[in-house]
Design a protein around this ligand. Structure first.
Ligand SMILES: *Cc1c(COP(=O)(O)O)cnc(C)c1O
Length: 395
């Protein structure tokens, strides 16, 4: 098409053919053109499907959301720009000033911070309770309580929440139960089947799985709540990047295999660590010495997670010697990567706590959380043996 000054920039007709790509195309377009105002009306009124502006939705986000919806048994789930964007949507998108929310007492650090600072600033009262103890949560309920937010397996203590018990409690008090399923993933646990009202994920972790994507997901059982979550996320601009969604979909194609492998290695590594000199204790939900073993067995039915925590003897000096000697393992504050990563709560996620408060959570200077990756299990155990030997010698 030409005018007096030269060619128009857009639109250029796309080449089409009788075949279709097997890989989802990446659609970075921020805007989508419609044929007529009538056609746009049809779209906004839901008579046809289409896109308008990427903050309001785009094909790559919808593809990822549809995959996760299937895995979680959800409808109309929403992909957002990070796990914290998903937590934000669930809390700020559904609660109002005057409401009260109960959080698990070992929530992800930023979720705890939202409970401690941001919600109270906005007039939403919060309290924390042990999510493995339904009676403790019951005791925290007030007339204004509108939501309970828990994680199935907590970080970094790997304690287990009694999700079915909390679901029954929440239902009998007309309270919403929101479950952050990031650690367990739908491969090990499906909170909607246990009666949860809202499911949250950080897709940044195992589901995408390669530490190159930051995304979140939130879904509600009730269609009206799902609609409110979507409107809120679009208004606040919690939108995901098409490229991140494209990468996330690619990662999700191998998720089941990665999860099964990492989980099996985590079980093996936990047992291996328990036999090493210099290791004071090992935490893994399905081990015989875990305080929530019975609950974990009932909830996860043989599944677990890819996370193992353990405590080294010898304090900070041993911890430094350990990370230095742990060849090939990244000392990095994330989880769910293809490679095994180590996190040290005392110097990272829990550094703001006083040493006394950290000790109350069992987080000594020797405490490490391991996110198990896809390495050969024997090789991985050997790396831990050698690095812990070095820690014992140097610490
Ligand atoms: C990482 C994480 C989040 C936050 O996700 P981001 O994608 O980092 O914003 C929330 N909950 C849990 C359990 C997490 O591990």
């Amino acid at each position: 098409m030409r005018n007096a000054r030269g060619s128009l920039v857009r639109p250029v007709p796309l080449p089409t053919g009788a075949s279709t790509p097997v890989v989802t195309p990446l659609s970075p377009s921020v805007v989508y053109a419609s044929e007529t105002p009538d056609a746009l009306d049809d779209q906004y009124e839901g008579r046809t499907h289409g896109y308008t502006y990427a903050r309001e939705g785009h094909p790559n986000a919808d593809v990822v959301a549809a995959r996760l919806d299937t895995m979680e048994g959800a409808r109309d789930g929403l992909v957002v720009g990070s796990g914290m964007a998903a937590v934000t949507a669930a809390l700020l998108g559904l609660l109002r000033a005057g409401d009260h929310v109960i959080g698990g007492n070992q929530l992800y650090g930023r979720s705890l911070r939202m409970m401690a600072e941001d919600l109270p600033r906005l007039g939403i009262a919060t309290s924390l309770a042990d999510p493995g103890d339904v009676e403790a949560v019951r005791a925290a309920i007030r007339p204004e309580t509108r939501m309970i937010l828990v994680e199935v397996v907590s970080n970094p203590g790997l304690r287990v929440a009694d999700v079915p018990g909390l679901a029954a409690l929440a239902q009998s008090h007309d309270i919403l139960l929101a479950v952050d399923n990031t650690f367990t993933t739908p491969r090990a646990y499906r909170p909607f089947e246990a009666g949860a009202d809202i499911v949250i994920h950080s897709l940044t972790k195992l589901l995408s799985g390669h530490s190159d994507v930051m995304l979140g997901y939130v879904a509600a059982r009730d269609p009206e709540l799902a609609r409110r979550l979507r409107v809120f996320a679009v208004t606040l601009g919690l939108s995901p990047s098409p490229f991140d969604c494209w990468l996330a979909e690619r990662g999700m194609l191998s998720f089941d295999l990665r999860f099964d492998r990492a989980q099996a290695t985590a079980v093996r590594l936990a047992d291996h660590l328990a036999g090493l000199a210099g290791v004071r204790r090992v935490i893994y939900p399905t081990r015989d010495d875990h305080p929530d073993k019975a609950l974990a067995a009932r909830l996860l039915q043989g599944q677990g997670c890819n996370m193992v925590s353990f405590e080294l003897e010898g304090g900070r000096a041993a911890a430094n010697a350990f990370t230095r000697a742990a060849e090939g393992l990244s000392f990095a504050p994330t989880l769910g990567d293809v490679g095994t990563t180590l996190s040290h709560p005392a110097s990272s996620s829990h550094r703001a706590l006083s040493p006394e408060d950290r000790m109350a959570l069992g987080l000594s200077e020797g405490f490490f959380r391991v996110s198990v990756g896809l390495e050969d299990p024997e090789t991985l155990c050997a790396v831990f043996s050698q690095a812990i030997d070095a820690a014992v010698a140097g610490g």
